[in-house]
Design a protein around this ligand. Structure first.
Ligand code: HSE
Length: 399
């Protein structure tokens, strides 16, 4: 392979050939990609039929990790513990790594940063957040020195696809989820999509590059759309709004940040109202640049494969994340006493005072449920999350 003085040739070992891995393989096979060579693909199931050349396949991770000619590992597997094992081992063996595994990166952020410092090897993960939207590098490089006030939006394609179909066609959540699974948008365990955790992991990644905090997943509230009822859709419609699952990271004081994922009421004048199906939208509020919007396909084989391809090309030029915001704003902490305006729908057997909201006003009733608006505190929502889940209580943010 030819190599110019400032670009490297990459010999790639790929882990996983699911939706994301096969998207990258398709992209690499479609066009010439000078300097990129896919050497081996490690998969789990030897019995599964696959459309790649048999001699590229291996079932043993060591065939990639022990091969000194492979200088880049791309990790696109499902389990986050196995993924961390592969990624950390590859970095320690002097290989650059690209991962699409948001749960793994968000769950091991600090360790991954110190392994990168220790080994001098880079880890990139553009494909782990918002699919084909070039957001990690935009935050890291373009906004690397501008202080940002907030980064929020829609970061989960599956839940957005479901909500779009529920609002547009009156589809049920289960039917729309089946479609999203068939189209390759959903996680193997889709409770992470509809329950808000997938969006939370992406929020944690983006908050590190935009606001300089590496939040632990257990410290960030995520409530999903799985307890949404027809009455909630009717309420949103009556206000010319839609409901979207929105991760939010925002500066609320000097060195104080809030991070959470909640369904939100979004008015038709808002950018996110028009982000539909598997599309994601990112809203960046810069101190000097003002409000910026990015929109693109947040899930799916080729959009995510395109982000992996972009990372490969970045590696060819010796790119690595500097974690500029973390180095600038490293002392920022999470403010959990933050108040939120909420809409809550609960079964009638739940007493109003059990919900723990201030200024509670009942605004709607059905045979089995009632809805209130009021003010909730982030720490209380975090503490009672399991109780809300157990009682199928739907909570959304209203402005
Ligand atoms: N399940 C994820 C989503 C895939 O629906 O957004 C892309 O990360």
């Amino acid at each position: 392979m030819k190599q110019t003085s400032n670009t490297k040739s990459l010999n790639i070992g790929l882990f996983g050939l699911g939706v994301v891995g096969s998207g990258l393989v398709e992209i690499l096979e479609k066009n010439e990609h000078p300097g990129l060579h896919l050497s081996k693909i490690c998969v789990k199931d030897p019995l599964k039929k696959r459309s790649v050349a048999q001699d590229k396949l291996t079932f043993d991770a060591a065939d990639i990790l022990n091969d000194p000619s492979i200088n880049v590992v791309i990790e696109t597997i499902n389990g986050s513990d196995d993924a961390f094992g592969i990624v950390s081992e590859a970095l320690r063996r002097g290989k650059a790594v690209i991962s699409a595994n948001k749960k793994m990166v968000a769950g091991h952020f600090a360790e991954l940063l110190s392994i990168q410092d220790e080994t001098g090897m880079p880890l990139l993960y553009e494909g782990a957040a918002c699919g084909g939207i070039p957001i990690v590098r935009t935050l890291e490089e373009h906004f690397g020195s501008e202080p940002l006030e907030s980064v929020s939006g829609i970061f989960n394609g599956t839940s957005n696809y479901i909500l779009s179909n529920m609002f547009r066609n009156g589809s049920t959540l289960d039917a729309a989820l089946l479609d999203a699974q068939r189209l390759g948008f959903a996680e193997l365990d889709p409770s992470s999509d509809i329950g808000g955790d997938d969006a939370k992991y992406k929020l944690i990644l983006l908050a590190a590059h935009s606001l300089g905090i590496m939040a632990r997943p257990e410290s960030v509230l995520s409530l999903g759309i799985h307890h949404l009822r027809k009455a909630d859709i009717a309420y949103a419609r009556s206000l010319d709004c839609k409901i979207k699952l929105t991760p939010v990271s925002r500066r609320v004081g000097e060195h104080k940040l809030v991070l959470y994922v909640l369904p939100s009421l979004v008015h038709e004048e808002h950018f996110l109202y028009h982000v539909e199906n598997e599309y994601n939208g990112v809203e960046i509020q810069g101190t000097y640049s003002g409000l910026q919007h990015l929109k693109g396909r947040g899930a799916g084989s080729l959009p995510t494969g395109s982000a992996l391809l972009a990372d490969l090309n970045a590696l060819r030029h010796g790119y690595r994340y500097q974690y500029r915001k973390k180095r600038l704003n490293g002392q920022s902490i999470l403010e959990q006493n933050h108040e939120l305006n909420l809409y809550i729908r609960a079964p009638k057997y739940i007493r109003l005072d059990e919900l723990g909201v201030k200024n509670a006003q009942v605004i709607d009733e059905t045979e089995e449920t009632y809805a209130v608006t009021g003010i909730g505190i982030l720490s209380h929502l975090l503490d009672k999350k399991q109780w809300f889940e157990d009682h199928k209580i739907f909570i959304m943010q209203i402005s």
